[in-house]
Write a protein that binds this ligand. Structure first.
Ligand code: CTP
Length: 407
């Protein structure tokens, strides 16, 4: 999945011949799963119609401070709130960006909606210059670029080639495909977990009694899968060791290893732990397994059947024993003396962080889509969070880890 998926992209289109390519650009961005809104200058409308861009982006295209449609002359004109629009955006892309608009950006001019959005934007701003060869080479253009760079704006360099004037040189706007790849690469390279390797366990384990029966638990794996997916979205390379779960996760940065029993999970976790920077063990591992697995289905011959159970290996504790620089996170599900028990577990298993969820809380637990957690840190700090969707909970946990591991 592209890093642009789900991103709010404000596309600013200015008046150069390359504006016709904005239509392709909108289409590509929408295809990547981005939400696109377009603002354009009046002169851009000479090159591409607002209707084309509105149809492709599935959003109204704005170009002036007030609604210019004039459908109803009795109505007061609607004010197009540039601040709201700019704050909506996760990124602002100006393509094509003409010399005129770039120079106005560099000097704080605000005589159209696009420029007002630029001045109001708090998100990263990218621009793809498009101008003729001589304009591109003019010293004032170099100065403009320098100024915009000092504001933190990111240039998507113009390409070398034949220009609308017939001249050949640099100044042609990068192709829409190149612009999209540039955005993807730039965003990926800045993700906070880029280069980090994560090991995550999730779901229940099944401990076989005989070929058709097992001891298991109600864990769905939702929490662990949400952490795996979110970590990958934040740039991590994830190995997700999953006990039996119906969940699927389609992300090229998550490798799923499916296991059944605690013993299998133990071996898989040990195989990947040394290569990991962070390990988060959210699986609800069975604490006991039948001492013997019957080779044939057990027949109901007697009124009572006694199963002898043997303790499984504690995966989390075993990783705590061998850990070097890894940041190790455990989960605790407690029903009484919650914080005290969780703190003891954190110490005993040599963890850096423990995520406490209490079955007493409404909206917390195994099969729900929400969870309520308290993070307990190595230095005994307690950080409670309200009930949230599991994806949001995953973000809270990962944000704390990012803070700690980049410190
Ligand atoms: N865990 C594990 N391997 C086990 C049992 C538990 O890795 N065999 C991990 C879980 O993934 C979780 C943490 O240990 O991160 C806490 O598990 P929990 O069952 O709450 O605690 P236990 O240490 O098993 O203690 P108790 O059951 O007595 O509360």
């Amino acid at each position: 999945m592209s890093v642009l998926h789900g991103k709010n992209i404000l596309l600013g289109v200015t008046g150069g011949i390359a504006a016709y390519k904005a239509a392709f650009l909108v289409r590509l961005l929408v295809k990547k799963g981005a939400n696109v809104k377009v603002v354009m200058t009046d002169s851009a409308k000479e090159f591409v119609t607002p209707l084309t861009l509105a149809t492709l982006s599935k959003n109204e295209v704005l170009s002036s401070f007030t609604d210019e449609k004039g459908e109803d002359s009795f109505k007061e004109p609607k004010w197009n709130n540039h601040v709201e629009l700019a704050l909506w955006a996760d990124l602002f892309l100006i393509a094509p960006a003409t010399a005129n608009t770039l120079s106005k950006m560099a000097n704080g001019a605000s005589d159209n909606l696009l420029l007002a959005c630029y001045l109001s934007a708090k998100c990263p701003v990218y621009y793809a210059p498009a101008m003729d060869l001589d304009m591109y080479q003019h010293p004032t253009t170099a100065e403009t670029f320098k100024k915009l760079e000092s504001f933190g704006n990111i240039q998507i360099p113009a390409a070398f080639g034949e220009l609308a004037s017939g001249l050949v040189g640099q100044g042609r706007m990068a192709e829409p495909e190149e612009i999209v790849s540039f955005l993807e690469n730039d965003i990926s390279s800045k993700l906070p977990l880029r280069g980090k390797k994560f090991l995550i366990t999730a779901g229940p384990t099944y401990e076989a009694i005989d070929p058709v029966r097992f001891i298991g638990n109600h864990s769905s794996g939702k929490m662990g899968y949400a952490i795996a997916e979110t970590a990958a979205e934040l740039g991590a390379e994830v190995v997700l060791i999953s006990g039996p779960s119906v969940l699927k996760l389609d992300n090229e940065f998550v490798k799923i290893i499916r296991v059944t029993s605690a013993e299998e999970m133990y071996h898989a976790a040990h195989e990947y732990f040394n290569k990991s920077d962070v390990a988060i063990l959210s699986a609800a591992v069975a604490d006991y397994r039948p001492s013997e697995m019957a080779s044939e289905k057990i027949k109901k011959k007697t009124d009572e059947l006694v199963l002898q159970l043997t303790k499984t290996k504690d995966i989390l504790a075993s990783l705590g024993e061998i850990k070097k620089d890894q940041f190790l996170v455990g989960f605790a599900l407690e029903t009484e003396n919650e914080e005290e028990n969780a703190k003891l577990k954190l110490k005993k298993k040599n963890l850096d962080l423990i995520v406490l969820n209490s079955l007493r809380d409404k909206g917390a637990g195994f099969k729900t889509d929400t969870n309520k957690i308290t993070l307990i840190t190595k230095d005994n700090k307690t950080l409670p969070f309200p009930v949230k969707p599991k994806k949001e909970v995953a973000k809270d946990i990962l944000e704390y880890i990012i803070e700690q591991t980049n410190a």
